[in-house]
Ligand binder design. Sequence first.
Ligand SMILES: NC(=O)c1ccc[n+]([C@@H]2O[C@H](COP(=O)([O-])OP(=O)(O)OC[C@H]3O[C@@H](n4cnc5c(N)ncnc54)[C@H](O)[C@@H]3O)[C@@H](O)[C@H]2O)c1
Length: 279
Amino acid sequence: MANKEVVVLFGAGSIGQAIVRRVAAGKHLVLADYSLDNANVAAKTLENAGFECSTIKADLGSKEDILAVVAEAVKWGEVKFLINAAGVSPSQAPVSEILRVDMYGTSVLLEEFGNVIAEGGSAIIISSQSGHRLPALPQEQNDALAMSRPEDLLKLDFVQEIDDTLKAYQYSKRCNVLKVAYEATRWGKRGATVNSISPGIIITPLANDELHGPRKDGYLKMIQTSPAGRAGTPDEVGDLAEFLMSSRGRFISGTDILIDGGTTASYWYGDLQYLKATH
Ligand SMILES: NC(=O)c1ccc[n+]([C@@H]2O[C@H](COP(=O)([O-])OP(=O)(O)OC[C@H]3O[C@@H](n4cnc5c(N)ncnc54)[C@H](O)[C@@H]3O)[C@@H](O)[C@H]2O)c1
């Protein structure tokens, strides 16, 4: 085993790259993505900026693939940071796929890396403001999402009843936040912290497509009406993640932080309440 500090990034897209640029200098970076092309392109950019990387093709929705990423990571040294910025959105996949990747996969990832994370380590799970648009759930549903074994999550009655992709995404992201709280109790015993970040609209290639696509008017109106009056950038999410993973963030664990320019506040109580009819 090489004797390095290791950073694992699942999902080598825009948000993930912004985070690792801030926390992976001098460490070995493992880029896991189900698109090896995406991982290799990210590795090339990062290597040209002085980072040391290896890549691995892995599907977040597969326990076998997650175990392969754990094996690749520990080969290089001790795992200091884990970032999950992989996920599928409501317009990208059917209900079963969203639940398999975003709900089940993220839960397996937390469970398996919670067994190897280094003392002083930290994880960030990228959730979404979308999970904050779901009303409060009954306590027994919260408990079930937080504490069920990953294998049992998709068998829960109220999860099996989900029949549209937006709900699947929202329940998955709510589950991410609750799992982070549950796992923080386990990760704490290893001296490690784990938190989630729920971004609003962040300009990435995907969001840029929306801004220039057929639904651009609705999308633009939502951004302009939000308290910040603009979308966010991957770098702003990166700055928040850097703080949470730094020595200054050691008293923060098991929590979720919204970074959405006030959009969620406006959705519930402000000018964006008109969205409740559709979201
Ligand atoms: N961009 C936004 O506005 C926004 C807002 C809220 C939440 N998010 C969340 O942020 C995360 C990253 O989004 P992004 O905007 O950086 O997207 P992105 O498309 O730039 O990156 C996502 C990466 O994840 C990979 N990926 C997708 N499914 C995977 C799977 N099953 N296994 C492994 N890799 C997989 C993709 O190949 C891609 O490289 C997602 O979880 C998304 O739900 C994004």
